[in-house]
Unconditional design. Structure first.
Length: 83
């Protein structure tokens, strides 16, 4: 996972959760991520792109280590939907 200030970019293989106002929608794995989008292979077999700043999602588990070397224990908010 890359961190630049408060900006978190998930790495390939990280587990992500997508949210909407009603709560959790679906979960999947990061296939590719950059500063604009995160491409996800969802558990239901679909794939799609999450746009940073437009879609609400969080990293549920990470392949990368945190600053102290430990994996995160709770989801890390990545982006919030703009209303």
């Amino acid at each position: 996972m890359w961190v630049s200030g408060t900006e978190v970019i998930p790495s390939k293989g990280d587990r992500v959760m997508q949210f909407r106002t009603g709560g959790l929608i679906r979960e999947g794995y990061v296939w590719y991520a950059d500063r604009l989008q995160v491409l996800v292979k969802w558990d239901d077999g679909a794939s799609s792109s999450l746009r940073r700043g437009d879609d609400s999602f969080a990293v549920a588990s990470s392949n990368g280590a945190s600053a102290d070397g430990a994996a995160p224990k709770e989801p890390v908010p990545v982006s919030r939907a703009t209303l």
